[in-house]
Design a protein around this ligand. Structure first.
Ligand SMILES: Cc1cc2nc3c(=O)[nH]c(=O)nc-3n(C[C@H](O)[C@H](O)[C@H](O)COP(=O)(O)OP(=O)(O)OC[C@H]3O[C@@H](n4cnc5c(N)ncnc54)[C@H](O)[C@@H]3O)c2cc1C
Ligand SMILES: NC(=O)c1ccc[n+]([C@@H]2O[C@H](COP(=O)([O-])OP(=O)(O)OC[C@H]3O[C@@H](n4cnc5c(N)ncnc54)[C@H](OP(=O)(O)O)[C@@H]3O)[C@@H](O)[C@H]2O)c1
Length: 441
């Protein structure tokens, strides 16, 4: 797509986050926007689309409902269009099947105009009046950019040399399953991906491995905290308070709030425990299962077909060695500076931890003209808090970006009084050192 005309916004990547932005922009025809995706369709984390996986958030945290509930691109509109609204209610799902939510995303992607698939962005540069976006064969220009390319698989340093058919990241699990004949498997990582893979490998009717080990660096196989006060971290009011903190304090808070976002669902842990119980005590199944919490895998060597994993045990400080034929790295995801931004690398500000420095409107700090924005979605966990990589604030972030593009409050995002008083100040009464009550300013 080479065009003379300059787009108002070019979106890079069509995952749920940029799709939500596209859905919001669909209601604003005066803006000329286009989103480019390298895949041939929206396919939501296909490498971990295991049977029976559920959404970890409410379906109401969809592309639009929180900020634009009358949009035609809501999950409820999808159910109605599929003619299964009442069936969905009758099914009384405790959590929405991830497959169903993925189907919803694909339905929205098929219906929204201005999405272009099979188009990989290779390079973004800037000349004096616009960004230039280069694809494999052609290019376009745009006033603004919205980066929605997701996170990259995180691989521990020792994995670099081992990665291959027998040692792979969880994001490629589904296409490896057929080739996994069993034998001895180690799953490294105690988050939701690790838990789902364990549950799947041990599932009924599947040829189970002879030996399986589950390693978690966390002190135990720890659950996602989805209780109400913790869920307050996933509100615009919290983000507003969090944004005002200094960099070090924000980093420390994000580290301390890991289980608010990255724990394993209690239902998955329960299902896994029950499955292990059944295999061990009710069935004649002699699979050798080892549950290894509080272990940090610090080194891996390969001798022939056999991996040797060296682990530090955080419980008692010991060093242990286990062996395996297959290692599945359920070790999470991380931010990487996009290669296609290389021409702008020296112009973009980065914090001490290698992350973008982001403004209130999700725009990257750079030294270009202030009227041209690079919005970054899912690149600001340390700027906005643990909600940023999750679905919870997807619609709100899209509405913030639309308001910034239009330079007016098109969507009403004024904040209600916060239930939780996070910051010192406002109308919180504090006791001064001398015992007198004063109002902190
Ligand atoms: C298995 C899994 C399940 C999850 N489930 C939940 C959940 O239930 N609840 C929740 O709140 N959060 C969940 N999350 C977290 C989060 O909601 C998802 O990771 C979400 O997909 C993030 O959306 P995204 O649009 O930022 O990135 P992605 O979904 O990763 O999409 C990015 C897109 O950009 C494309 N792209 C990348 N580079 C280029 C390029 N150069 N040119 C063109 N296109 C490009 C990619 O092909 C991809 O389609 C889950 C995460 C995982 C890994
Ligand atoms: N169905 C779903 O909805 C679904 C499915 C999958 C994922 N998700 C979501 O996607 C996000 C990512 O989940 P994830 O499970 O892929 O990643 P994650 O939550 O970041 O978990 C990664 C795990 O790997 C561990 N780890 C990293 N290096 C290690 C090492 N060298 N030795 C031992 N352990 C090591 C981490 O330990 P530390 O914690 O100590 O760093 C952590 O336990 C989460 O928000 C999750 O909720 C959702």
């Amino acid at each position: 797509m080479t065009t003379e005309q300059t787009l108002d916004l070019a979106g890079i990547g069509v995952g749920p986050f940029n799709l939500s932005l596209a859905a919001h922009l669909d209601s604003i025809p005066e803006l000329d926007v286009r989103f480019f995706e390298q895949r041939d369709r929206l396919d939501w984390h296909p490498g971990l689309m295991l049977p029976n996986a559920d959404l970890q958030t409410s379906f109401l945290k969809d592309l639009v409902t929180a900020t634009h509930p009358t949009s035609p691109w809501s999950f409820l509109a999808y159910l109605v269009a599929q003619k299964r609204f009442l069936k969905f209610l009758n099914a009384e799902f405790e959590a929405t099947p991830r497959r169903e939510f993925a189907n919803y995303l694909e339905w929205a992607a098929n219906g929204l105009p201005n999405l272009q698939f099979n188009t990989r962005v290779r390079e973004i540069s800037f000349d004096r009046s616009a960004f230039k976006v280069r694809f494999d064969e052609d290019s376009c220009s745009a006033q603004h950019i919205a980066l929605g390319i997701g996170l990259s698989p995180f691989l521990p340093a020792w994995a670099d040399e081992q990665i291959g058919d027998d040692c792979f990241h969880s994001s490629t699990t589904t296409r490896r399953l057929d080739g996994m004949t069993g034998e001895r498997i180690v799953v490294v990582g105690g988050g939701q991906s690790g838990a789902e893979i364990m549950l799947h490998l041990l599932s009924e009717g599947r040829h189970t491995p002879a030996e399986i080990r589950w390693v978690s660096r966390r002190p135990n196989f720890e659950p996602l905290d989805a209780t109400p006060f913790t869920n307050e971290l996933f509100t615009p009011e919290y983000v507003d308070s969090f944004r005002r903190l200094g960099e070090d304090r924000r980093h420390a808070l994000v580290a301390s709030q890991k289980l608010a976002a990255d724990g394993a669902s209690a239902s998955t842990l329960r299902a896994l425990y029950r499955r292990i119980y059944a295999m061990k005590y009710l069935e004649d199944n002699d699979v050798d299962i080892g549950l290894l919490p509080h272990r940090d895998v610090i080194e891996v060597d390969r001798q022939g077909k056999e991996f040797k994993l060296v682990m530090r045990n955080g419980f008692d400080g010991g060093i242990e060695v286990i062996t395996a034929r297959t290692i599945i790295l359920a070790t999470g995801y991380t931010f990487k500076f996009p290669e296609f931004l290389a021409p702008l690398k020296d112009r973009i500000s980065i914090d001490r931890h290698g992350n973008f420095i982001l403004g209130d409107d999700f725009s990257v700090k750079w030294d270009g003209p202030r009227r041209h924005h690079i919005f970054a979605l899912n690149a600001g966990r340390s700027s906005y808090g643990v909600a940023e990589p999750q679905l919870s604030l997807t619609a709100w972030r899209s509405a913030v970006i639309v308001n910034a593009l239009l330079r007016k409050p098109h969507f009403d995002l004024s904040l209600p009084p916060s239930l939780m008083r996070w910051s010192t100040g406002d109308d919180v009464y504090v006791k001064s050192a001398g015992g007198a009550v004063s109002i902190a300013g």
